[in-house]
Design a protein around this ligand. Structure first.
Ligand code: ADP
Ligand code: NA
Length: 323
């Protein structure tokens, strides 16, 4: 039997290069070898209760992005989290076996409490439990994610262990599966690439938008003058070139170190390389987006396939818990 894979992506906007290089490229790569289930996790997007009027559109855009990136509904299950409500039932049940102290010490939670204490709800503290429910509802073993998600996965493993100790060995301990680019730094060069920091490039951006964003990117901060030698090892643009310009990467490093190339030219070249890479994806995306009926069908059939699996797990869990 093929190993089961699960991963979720929040519909907070269209997919960006961080999501793609850190996780989505593995979603696509794993489709043949594994039994893959991918979810647009709309309930997770509600923890902050911002822009909920955009949620439905964002879900759809996200599905279209995933299809354009190469997910094939004949090879994987692609569904919207809230369309399989069994996950909320499992969330409640798993919550009974999850010590609150574990949730209160999650670093991303503590950070939100520090930065936005007025916007901390019960759903936010339970986020890792819902994420665990997403995974174990499908008894998934391998979880393609970016590096930022590894602490949450560790917690999911602890919740699974605790649950299995109480109720018998029902669930598998999920393992993270990283890409060769598990942490994509944003164009500002400071933090991870993310939509909320607006330091990202969307897969579906136009070629012009992409070029403009890349030209705004921060490079080696020590390089002030065009004649200063650069340090590719600390340069974010160089890191992206490693992925998008592999055939000339050594040249780029040599020319940067000797100041034979300037940052402006280097960024122009990166913008062009990213656009060349994304052109076929963008063309596919436009075709898929124009076919509303197809997108509806993918979403509907994905939910039905996912729910058939979910129902079996919920029945087993309730029986084990004495319900
Ligand atoms: P975001 O972080 O943009 O809000 P999600 O939290 O839904 O998006 O993340 C979707 C997937 O993309 C996760 O597996 C996450 O680890 C990965 N990911 C997000 N940002 C990055 C990044 N900058 N580098 C690598 N992986 C990332
Ligand atoms: Na994330």
């Amino acid at each position: 039997m093929k190993k089961r894979v699960f991963s979720g992506i929040r519909p907070t906007g269209r997919i960006h290069l961080g999501n793609y290089l850190g996780a989505v490229q593995n979603y696509v790569a794993m489709q043949d070898e594994y039994d893959c289930i991918y979810s647009v996790v709309d309930i997770h997007a509600l923890t902050t209760l911002e822009d909920t009027h955009l949620l439905k559109d964002n879900v759809r855009e996200q599905v279209i992005d995933l299809l354009a990136a190469g997910l094939d509904p004949d090879k994987c299950i692609l569904f919207v989290q809230s369309h399989v409500p069994e996950v909320t039932e499992l969330f409640t049940l798993l919550g009974m076996a999850t010590p609150l102290s574990w949730l209160l010490r999650v670093p991303t939670f503590k950070e939100k409490v520090r930065l936005q204490p007025h916007n901390v709800n019960y759903g936010l503290v339970g986020y890792p439990v819902l994420m665990t429910a997403d995974i174990v509802l499908y008894k998934a073993e391998a979880i393609p994610v970016g590096e930022d998600q590894l602490p949450h996965l560790e917690l999911a493993r602890e919740i699974v262990r605790r649950f299995n100790e109480h109720f018998g060995p029902i669930f598998l301990e999920p393992q993270g599966k990283l890409t060769n680019f598990p942490m994509v730094v944003g164009l500002d060069g400071r933090d991870k690439m993310s939509k909320s920091l607006n330091n990202h490039i969307e897969l579906a951006a136009t070629a012009e938008e992409t070029l403009k964003k890349v030209m705004s990117a921060v490079t080696d901060p020590a390089r002030r003058l065009r004649s200063d030698p650069g340090h590719p090892e600390v340069c974010n643009v160089y890191k992206l070139h490693q992925h998008f310009s592999p055939e000339v990467i050594e040249n780029i490093a040599v020319e940067c170190r000797s100041a034979a190339r300037g940052c402006v030219d280097c960024k122009k070249q990166l913008g062009a390389a990213i656009n060349a890479y994304l052109t076929p994806l963008r063309a596919r995306r436009a075709e898929i987006a124009a076919d509303q009926a197809y997108v509806d069908k993918v979403i509907r059939e994905g939910a039905a396939k996912a729910q058939a699996i979910a129902k079996v797990t919920i029945t087993e869990v309730k029986q084990r818990m004495g319900l």
